[in-house]
Design a protein around this ligand. Sequence first.
Ligand code: UD1
Length: 419
Amino acid sequence: MLDLEKYLIQGNNRLEGEVKITGAKNSVLPILAATVISGEKSIISNIPNLKDVKVMTEILKTIGSKVKVEEHRMIIDTNGVNSIDLPEELVREMRSSIILMGALLTRFGEVNVSFPGGCEIGPRPIDLHLKALKQMGAEIKESHGFIHCKTEKLKGADIQLDYPSVGATENIMLAAVKAKGVTVIRNAAREPEIMDLEDYLNKSGAKIKGAGTSIITIEGVERLNGTNHKIIPDRIVAGTIMAGAVMTKGKIIIKDIITEHLQSTIAKLKETGANVIINGNSMMVIGPKNINAIEILQTLPFPGFPTDMQAQFMAMLSIGNGTSIINETVFENRFKHAEELSRMGANIKTFGKVSVVKGVKKLTGAKVYAKDLRGGAALVLAGLVAEGDTEIENIYHINRGYENLDETLRRLGAKISCI
Ligand code: UD1
């Protein structure tokens, strides 16, 4: 999808002030999908105002849900859901809508979904999702770019994931909540968003244990009910603002966060020389005079350093003192921002999943292009510290995962506008 709006940033900013962090995108999407299972009314609060959330809401409406959207809150009644076909254009627009596969399979025992295909950060296959659903008794047919899943009754299974995929873990949880018997997911993803999904589902009457660890056990129940739930804060939005404080030698108080979810980001920020002071559910980040290089920054599944923070750290290390090595182990092709940062004067060489970032004294403003969500955020951070003006095109990607990023940064003193 094309978006003609751009960000214009006048460089040499220093960020200072307080920010409240919004609800987590990666939590709200699977939880909205999960509301389909009960066929009752759920009230979800702390919902961020994001493009991806709008797409998920559209999908829920298209298949028959009644959705009332209020400020950061949604009332979703899924009683009228009557379709097993996921609309192709919307699924193509947002890959994570694949999470509805598990939910609809549980509700109707059948689902048709178009193959999500690749995206900006690599091929992103769903083989682990499909293998697990087959183990649970789903018959899966793939033809002409569509996947058709059908089952008489899902049954519990002992599932060993080859990789702790976030999406596969969530899809299995959604398929298992009402399955016959017990499902065990081994080598499950341990991301905080999985815990949030467990929390929502258990409040709805599910019997799930172990989210947040690598073994999750789900005992199938007869029915789920609607419930109220508040989405956890977005650790990636928080991490992005923290990186902004460090890069601009600023001082920011970040509120309404769960600091435990941010430990790997905090540890790496400290390696740059930043001062991070934690106080309950808020923290203060004070940028260092000079940013130290990070010898090795390796992305890993949680609790390792998040791949969703890699681009922002690359922007930061591009003005670091010395050479940093970034090893992206989670996704195949997640360095597209390196090219754009280079247009701003960064010295970055990429070799497959490794990149070498030699810190430069300063970045210079340029016309750059957001190729994906986090890469786009990295360009915004780079623009804040660059000398001169930076124009960022294709900010549609940024709006997928940040609620009014420009406004948030302006409140912290940045010279950024949407044109
Ligand atoms: C989720 C997050 C995304 C984050 C990612 C990794 C959401 C909506 N998105 O994406 O922001 O970057 O976790 O933390 O929560 N893989 C397979 N086969 C599969 C599934 C995954 O090979 O069946 C591979 C992927 O190609 C990728 C890796 O596993 O290389 C991790 O993917 P996964 O954890 O599934 O990420 P998502 O759930 O898509």
